[in-house]
Design a protein around this ligand. Sequence first.
Ligand SMILES: C[S@@+](CC[C@H](N)C(=O)[O-])C[C@H]1O[C@@H](n2cnc3c(N)ncnc32)[C@H](O)[C@@H]1O
Length: 227
Amino acid sequence: MAKFTVEFGKTGTPPAPDGRLDGAAFHRNHDAIWSALSSFLLGRTGDVLEVASGTGQHSAEFARLAPNLTWWPSDIYPSHLASIEAWRRHAGLANLRAPQRIDLTDPAWSWTADGQAGAALSAMLCINVLHIAPWRVAQNLIAGAGRLLRDGGQLFVYGPFMRDGQHTAPSNAAFDASLRAENPDWGVRDLADLNALAQEAGLTAAEIAPMPANNLVLVFARAVRQN
Ligand SMILES: C[S@@+](CC[C@H](N)C(=O)[O-])C[C@H]1O[C@@H](n2cnc3c(N)ncnc32)[C@H](O)[C@@H]1O
């Protein structure tokens, strides 16, 4: 099992007594992320899988905002899975389901719904992961979206990205350098490289929603399968 980031709760805000962890970035980014997702998701039905959910706060918040969708959070760390479950209990939402362990370094990763193989997904969500993960995680995420999304379903990916080999801001270039110094397998990914993976996986090239602090939401859609 390869983990690719530090754990929440080791520094910063300690967990609540029930195990809920608090991610500082959640408070800065969830409104903006929802503003991009809502135009695609409001009024929709079906299942949404969040990978690498961390504390579980995004799934809990978005499940509240989109009650017609069923939200399935996931992660790899036991402490994060416990936090996601604690946020789920705290939220008390029928459309927010129990977290499951998904390892994005596994090329054959999949998801389950109450112990059964999950149905084709309406959407997938991946927030602040690809720059602190080896490239194979981007490969596995996008290939997984090609396998697991229903026709027309979307993969939403939030984070900092390069465009045409260029950073979009000096602060992103500095962040990229610090990531690569910490781990040479990490780094801010280029949109063109992600679009190439998307094409291989049967997804459209990304629609781009600009976010505060030089981040983007990328929206890849599963193209209609030809039999
Ligand atoms: C920077 S955090 C982002 C968490 C959350 N999406 C957010 O924005 O607050 C990266 C997440 O990736 C998870 N992770 C680490 N290794 C993983 C793996 N091999 N497969 C899936 N998730 C993993 C970590 O547990 C952590 O929750």
